[in-house]
Design a protein around this ligand. Structure first.
Ligand SMILES: Cc1cc2nc3c(=O)[nH]c(=O)nc-3n(C[C@H](O)[C@H](O)[C@H](O)COP(=O)(O)OP(=O)(O)OC[C@H]3O[C@@H](n4cnc5c(N)ncnc54)[C@H](O)[C@@H]3O)c2cc1C
Length: 418
């Protein structure tokens, strides 16, 4: 892909200079010159009144033949499935039904037979299981090798991965090896009439939603953060929805989850793990968060923002959270101020959460914060500014000074919960 200026057409009008968001264009002797800061966004091409700037795109030609099926790379840690993998199977199920293809879960690790039924119950028609002591803990080199081998052999058209710490490391490695595209942190997935994956995610600092396609390469790859999609209630599989019946009839498999009507196929893989591939060794796993509630999985979150004024004031947030048995969240402003660690940040560049109750204290409700919490079931906002945007998404709003309201609330709840 490259960009060039047709000197004979360019008049040096400077329209492109104004339009370039990276300041990559200068005009010398009435001809635009494009510098190395260019990110090929195409703004100059669109604005040029003389059609003097061109972007050449190398089209590889569609390499979609033979690619079929939706896959979810299912993440486990210490033999426990990450919730996001179940949520992705729920969404993957919808995509697979729309495309009329199977949904497969891919599971890597050691001693994982107990998870097979859970994956099928969560929507998978098939489980590819690479069970090997060498895969016990996530290891970039080996996991990439095993997955690349499998994807090249079986050719899924869509691969979905949870945007966890591990998923964020793994997905780009896979995409680079497979020479395909990857859309990170999608907030919506769908397929168009040609069966292409429509990957929607916030862009330009969260101000627009962009829908991205991967037209020429396969598989189409996307990561999705926890809590963006809902996992399937296993009981739904017993109902007579046509979608689920279709899933059931098509499969004659070898695994069944207790209490669930779904059946599926299990394919056990013989992973190729070569010593030469392993460049790092895990000596010890040290857990950063000890005894704290994981905000991505909490049912109740009490969050504090810049309105708290200083780090020590997070105490009142912690006290309310502890009274409710919830976790502590924060806006990026509070994190950037160094009042609390980034582990607690909710929002576009933090965690996406969807608790039953989200209490926002001294948080204005910037679009990037809302992106991470607005699907919470019940939102309570406490802010002294009645026009703060957080009230637009709040179920209950309390206009007042948080230093009065929060301790009052904590006191009342302590009494009520005695
Ligand atoms: C690319 C990008 C990504 C971003 N990602 C995130 C993200 O992941 N998460 C995130 O949160 N932000 C993110 N931001 C920052 C975001 O735009 C806002 O700047 C941030 O959310 C503001 O945090 P805040 O609401 O705590 O602070 P402010 O916007 O300053 O709001 C403070 C609020 O506290 C209220 N207040 C003050 N004192 C009191 C009091 N005593 N009692 C009651 N209310 C009081 C004020 O009325 C005000 O509404 C991102 C920005 C960009 C550009």
């Amino acid at each position: 892909m490259g960009i060039y200026v047709i000197a004979e057409e360019c008049t040096g009008c400077r329209e492109c200079v104004q339009a370039c968001p990276t300041g990559a264009i200068e005009v010398f002797e009435d001809i635009a010159v494009i510098g190395s800061a260019c990110n090929l966004c195409g703004a100059c091409v669109n604005i040029c009144p003389f059609e003097a700037i061109k972007i050449e795109v190398e089209r590889a030609g569609v390499k979609a033949e033979g690619y079929k099926g939706v896959w979810v790379v299912s993440e486990q840690r210490e033999g426990r499935l990450m919730e996001v993998s179940l949520e992705l199977l729920g969404e993957g199920r919808v995509l697979a039904e729309k495309l009329g293809v199977d949904l497969s879960a891919v599971l890597l690790g050691s001693g994982l037979d107990h998870l097979i039924g859970k994956l099928i119950s969560a929507g998978a028609d098939r489980v590819y299981l690479a069970d090997d002591p060498g895969l016990k803990d996530y290891q970039g080199d080996t996991y990439t090798r095993v997955l690349v081998d499998l994807i090249e052999e079986r050719k899924p058209e869509i691969v979905l991965i949870g945007a966890t710490m591990i998923g964020r490391a793994l997905a780009p490695r896979l995409a680079a090896r497979l020479k395909t595209g990857l859309t990170a942190d999608c907030t919506g997935l769908d397929v168009d009439q040609d069966g292409k994956l429509l990957q929607t995610r916030p862009a330009l600092g969260g101000h627009i939603m962009a829908t991205i396609i991967c037209p020429d390469h396969r598989p189409q790859m996307a990561t999705v953060r926890p809590k963006v999609f809902k996992k399937i209630d296993p009981d739904l599989t017993r109902q007579t929805s046509s979608v689920w019946q279709a899933g059931l009839v098509r499969q004659a498999g070898s695994a069944r989850q207790a209490g669930s009507a779904r059946q599926g196929e299990v394919i056990r893989l013989q992973p190729r793990i070569e010593e030469a591939d392993i460049r790092t060794r895990i000596l010890e796993v040290v857990k950063e968060m000890k005894g704290e509630i994981n905000i991505a999985e909490a049912d109740i979150i009490v969050s504090g923002g810049r309105g708290l004024g200083r780090a020590e004031n997070f105490k009142i947030i912690e006290e309310l959270a502890a009274t409710l048995g919830g976790a502590v969240g924060a806006s990026r402003a509070a994190v950037d101020a160094g009042w609390i660690s980034s582990y607690h940040q909710v929002g576009q560049t933090g965690k996406t959460v969807a608790p039953k109750l989200y209490i926002a204290c001294g948080i204005s409700g910037a679009i990037q914060h809302l992106a991470g919490m607005q699907s919470s079931e019940c939102i309570v906002a406490i802010n002294r500014d009645a026009s703060a945007p957080i009230f637009d998404v709040a179920t209950y709003g309390i206009v007042g000074n948080l230093f009065e309201v929060v301790p009052l609330l904590t006191g009342e709840l302590k009494e009520a919960l005695k």
